[in-house]
Design a binder for this molecule. Sequence first.
Ligand SMILES: Cc1cc2nc3c(=O)[nH]c(=O)nc-3n(C[C@H](O)[C@H](O)[C@H](O)COP(=O)(O)O)c2cc1C
Length: 192
Amino acid sequence: MSLLDLIRQRKSVRDFRDQPVEREKIMACLEAARLAPSACNSQPWKFIVVDDPELKNKLSQVAFNGIYAINTFCKKAPVIVVVISEKGKFIAQIGGMFRGTRYYLIDIGIAIEHFILQAEELGLGTCWIGWFNERAVKQVLNIPQYKKIDILIALGYYDKAKIGPDHGREPMEKIAAFNTYQTRKPGHKDRD
Ligand SMILES: Cc1cc2nc3c(=O)[nH]c(=O)nc-3n(C[C@H](O)[C@H](O)[C@H](O)COP(=O)(O)O)c2cc1C
């Protein structure tokens, strides 16, 4: 399958099969993440893979409680990957402050998408999770409270038939242009 077809195929998965995920497959996803580019090659990430069923249940019970209940579906995911946003290299931090750009967020975004696309190629479904009880996740996994966790990844086997509706995307004319900032709405006609 071409990379573009793989990208087209990937959708957020919110209903997982009750089937464990092989460690070799998880390692392949981690390897894809490890090879991601980052500002100043800072690599400001750590991935904690939670695949022990008991620990994973404990984690999802506290992470998706109360105001985070919208993500209760994660309880069915056999694996939750906790992505810790590390500080990265000093030069990237200084450069980021100077530019007003949080390079580390761009970096972890790339690494996570590498992970997710590798998972898709291996027949595994994923969902980015940005809405969760961060404090509780740290407590359960003994991660110091001063660390930052921006994203979790829900991972597991899924049935293609159960994928939710396509969220659609903006048309190309609206998001991209050559040689000018101006983008066009579909159906737009230039006036003479
Ligand atoms: C940074 C980020 C955070 C997200 N957080 C959540 C989340 O907490 N819960 C959820 O169900 N989906 C979450 N998503 C998934 C998006 O809702 C989803 O990617 C988007 O609607 C497009 O749908 P698709 O992934 O099926 O193409 C998140 C995605 C990103 C990139």
